[in-house]
Ligand binder design. Structure first.
Ligand code: GRF
Length: 193
């Protein structure tokens, strides 16, 4: 495996609220020579987010943002993004919705990963809904973020079959494995255009 030092790569911030397994996969990807990105900042609205440990393990700057007042929170984030010359934001299980103003004011790209085949099942509880509707497959999507929830231009998707015995939990776990591959692939795709 060829590793790179991260100089000259696209400076990226990852936003998380929970486990951070996508964050971990993005960090690992960022260290490969073929990766166009480096991960320079981790933001969270949740000081208990398990994923924060990856900041410690991989020595990446972390910022915990108090979201009691969204406008102030977003101002702080934008300020940090500018200060750190961040050009790409990857949302990865971030449970807050960015305002139109934030999206407009950030002068880079914002990506998100969503656990369904968009435009199906925007929002929460995607696996429950796919199983309830007796779908035969679901999957995951990486897309650009615009001002409408889970509605920006789709970059890549991966289908995952739904098995008869699946629960939202078992399906979610299989989809997550694919998410970890899809996010890096989508980043390679947009920066090799
Ligand atoms: C993933 O399923 C992602 O698609 C969704 O939230 C989950 C985050 O998981 N937006 P993790 O924190 O990356 O493990």
């Amino acid at each position: 495996m060829v590793l790179s030092t991260g100089t000259n790569k696209i400076k990226t911030a990852v936003f998380i609220s929970g486990t951070g397994s996508n964050l971990k996969s993005l960090i690992k990807f960022s260290k490969l020579k073929k990766s166009p990105i480096s991960i320079n900042l981790i933001f969270t609205n949740n000081k208990l987010a398990k994923g924060l440990k990856y900041g410690e393990i991989f020595k990446i700057k972390k910022k915990i943002i108090n979201y009691q007042n969204k406008e102030i929170a977003e101002k702080k984030i934008l300020n940090e993004l500018e200060k750190n010359k961040i050009e790409l934001v990857c949302l990865a299980g971030f449970m807050k919705i960015l305002s139109k103003k934030f999206i407009k004011n950030f002068k880079g790209k914002i990506l998100n990963i969503h656990p369904s085949l968009l435009p199906k099942y925007k929002g929460l509880n995607t696996h429950e809904r796919a199983i309830e509707n007796k779908d035969i497959y679901s999957g995951c999507t990486v897309h650009f973020v615009n001002s409408k929830l889970d509605s920006g231009k789709i970059i890549l998707q991966k289908k995952v079959n739904i098995l008869k015995k699946d629960t939202p939990n078992t399906l979610g776990k299989r989809i997550l494995v694919q998410e970890h591959k899809l996010y890096p692939k989508a980043i390679l795709k947009i920066f090799s255009l």
